[in-house]
Design a protein. Structure first.
Ligand code: ZN
Length: 335
């Protein structure tokens, strides 16, 4: 692709970021809380992109590339009823046409693994998986150098792998027993309540955690914060959560046979010793794997991971991805 810039947009469950990118370099960036209302969302997204349009760099912008939490209707570019964003449905192409630039819209983790493949830790590998442990659990998968999409663009939705055959807890997507229902930050309060109610950790009913659950004050950040102070109940609860993370990792390793798994997401980043290290230890010791354990590493680009991924997909998109995007054909046909 010719020289120029990309406007990259990262739509997350809690934050929305827009950046002017030159390959993996972030030249300018703005960040806001993701609005949980369709009209406000539309207004804020347009404002953020307009901020870059008002700069002298706009003429050199080649493309707008949005990477968003799912589920995403890949072909139409519509975020559909996303469980981690108040069930919003957002028709993104309708918000972008006024900017008169080509645009692509992809899943955030799909973007992230492509950024890792082009410029990050997956550079030298043909089989790589990106896993985010954040409000939800998501993934992006490259096998044999191909970015997996699937029939509706959801081949990478690893957060919805069933890790509990008893299906004790319901996931935000409506399914039961999914990995995200146990390990996603947004669902951790419900899982901890389950642990307390069923006394899965000895003595937990009399702990500070039980009191926080009762007052509906417990969230993922507080749980991991308590664990860092050495609270034994918090550590025991995290051990329970990690069982589901390990089940998820084992499943994706057995399915996709990756050389490397790259872990991102705010919860994983902020709690490396409590989450990523124990997962790595379990995977390395695990005899149940059908293949050899992959390398497990933290994401290359920190909080800019998804922005870099969006940029990577804009600079170097797989052709079969572009062919799937109905709005992209329409835009190209008009020009
Ligand atoms: Zn689910």
């Amino acid at each position: 692709m010719r020289e120029g810039y990309i406007v990259a947009v990262d739509i997350g469950a809690t934050k929305m970021r827009v950046a002017l990118m030159r390959k993996e370099a972030v030249l300018a960036k703005r960040e806001v809380k993701t609005p949980a209302d369709v009209k406000i969302f539309a207004k804020v997204l347009k404002q953020l992109i307009s901020y870059i349009r008002s700069s002298s760099s706009w003429d050199k912008v080649l493309m707008i590339s949005i990477a968003t939490i799912g589920p995403l209707d890949l072909e139409r570019g519509v975020i559909t009823n996303t469980p981690n964003l108040g069930g919003l449905t957002i028709d993104l192409p309708s918000l972008l046409t006024e900017f008169n630039k080509p645009f692509i819209i992809v899943n955030d983790c799909v973007a992230a693994i492509w950024g890792e493949k082009l410029w990050g830790k997956a550079r030298h590998y043909s089989n790589a998986i990106y896993v985010t442990i954040s409000t939800g659990i998501g993934g992006g998968i490259i096998t044999d150098n191909n970015l997996l999409l699937g029939k509706s663009g959801n081949a990478h939705e690893i957060g919805h792998i069933v890790v509990d055959a008893e299906r004790k807890l319901q996931c935000g997507c409506g399914g039961w027993g999914h990995w995200e229902a146990y390990g996603g930050g947004g669902n951790i309060p419900r899982f901890v309540k389950y642990i307390v109610d069923n006394k899965l950790v000895k003595g937990i009913e009399n702990s500070i955690i039980a009191r926080m659950v009762e007052r509906e004050e417990l969230d993922a950040k507080k749980l991991y914060g308590l664990a860092k102070t050495g609270n034994k109940y918090a550590l025991a609860v995290i051990k329970e959560v990690n069982k589901y993370h390990v089940a998820g990792f084992e499943s994706i390793i057995n399915m996709y046979d990756p050389e490397i798994i790259i872990v991102g997401g705010s919860i994983a980043f902020n709690n490396y010793e409590l989450i990523v290290e124990p997962i790595r230890r379990s995977i390395n010791n695990r005899k149940g794997l059908i293949t050899s354990p992959p390398i497990i590493e933290l994401a290359s680009f920190g909080e800019d991971e998804v922005l870099v991924g969006a940029s990577a997909l804009a600079y170097s998109p797989p052709r079969y991805l572009l062919e799937r995007l109905k709005y992209f054909h329409q835009a190209a046909d008009k020009s």
